[in-house]
Design a protein around this ligand. Structure first.
Ligand code: NAG
Ligand code: NAG
Ligand code: NAG
Length: 286
């Protein structure tokens, strides 16, 4: 593995300057960045479809794809817990200062899609790498893309026995183990790790910092509904914020969208109304 620094600019990364900023970001419960406003469904119905989305985009040659033999079950000693699967990760050494510098490692905590999606979409990571001589690491979430336990998506999604290992808790443990192992391989034990993610990936980044503070010194969560759970955040909080965004931009747009809901309900209740809406909006399903 070539770990030679191509950028030898002397600007060592100071954890102390970036961390307060990151922690500040972490404390914002629902951080809806207008530039990266992503509206992703959390429904399980989408999961399988997204999981199959293996080859989104072609990565440029500075990104190197690797596989790590990952533990299937991090939390007990049953025989099947010793099974492993191949977890995909992508690295970019182009900007890295090297193991014996204070250059950081920026880790994208993979979310509910093939990791190639994040590599292509999170251009901000490249800015960070270039500014701080950072190593970029993107780790794919288990059960997505090419990181399928049990050999294939068909097997992995088969039933409760195979799906039982599909959890956020296991995913965070995957990240901790892989990062620790990679740092050892690169003799980069002293390099600070910053987790970064968007949406569900941002929730993972912040939880990763909370749960594995010895592995990661900071986290940046973009558009992440970190506290969007029953009895913590009002259920309509997302709608309220999106409404506010629209309203700030245009009062008439806000009014029009708001009135459209009752109009949609009215048409839907008519005979053949759903079909009409289906045609009008080119929706996939009724
Ligand atoms: C980093 O430091 C270690 C221990 O001092 C040394 O063995 C290793 O060769 C150094 N690596 C590089 C790339 O300079
Ligand atoms: C899932 O499928 C496997 C293999 O067909 C079977 O051994 C296992 O009992 C099934 N588990 C459940 C919960 O149905
Ligand atoms: C670290 O090196 C070992 C031995 O070559 C390898 O099996 C393992 O996959 C490497 N870890 C990572 C995260 O690449």
């Amino acid at each position: 593995m070539d770990i030679t620094a191509q950028h030898t600019r002397k600007s060592p990364f100071h954890v102390t300057t970036l961390v307060p900023m990151l922690l500040l970001l972490m404390t914002t419960p629902v951080c809806l960045s207008k530039t990266i406003l992503r509206t992703r469904g959390f429904g399980v119905a989408n999961v399988r479809e997204k999981a199959m989305n293996k080859n989104y985009g072609t990565l440029s040659s500075e990104f190197v794809t690797k596989f790590y033999t990952q533990t299937l079950d991090h939390f007990n000693y049953r025989p099947e817990s010793y099974s492993t699967f191949q977890q995909r990760y992508v690295v970019n050494f182009n900007y890295w200062g090297g193991p014996n510098t204070s250059s950081p490692i920026f880790v994208y905590t993979g979310d509910e899609a093939a990791i190639t999606v994040a590599v292509s979409a999170a251009g901000f990571m490249l800015n960070l790498a270039s500014r701080f001589n950072g190593l970029l690491l993107y780790v794919e979430h288990r059960y997505y893309g090419d990181s399928m336990p049990f050999g294939s998506a068909e097997e992995a999604f088969k039933n409760a026995s195979t799906l039982g290992f599909f959890s956020t808790t296991q995913a965070l443990a995957d990240y901790a183990q892989l990062i620790t192992d990679l740092k050892k391989n690169l003799s980069a034990e002293s390099c600070a790790v910053i987790a970064i993610g968007g949406s569900y990936g941002g929730m993972l980044a912040s939880w990763f910092r909370l749960k594995y503070p010895h592995v990661v010194v900071g986290a940046l969560a973009s558009s992440a509904p970190i506290l969007y759970f029953d009895d913590i955040t009002p259920q309509n909080a997302y709608g309220v914020i999106v409404t506010k965004d629209f309203r700030e931009t245009s009062e008439s747009c806000y009014d029009t969208v708001r009135q459209s809901w009752s109009e949609i309900d009215r048409v839907a209740a008519e005979k053949g109304g759903l079909q009409k809406l289906n045609t009008l909006f080119s929706s996939c399903r009724l």
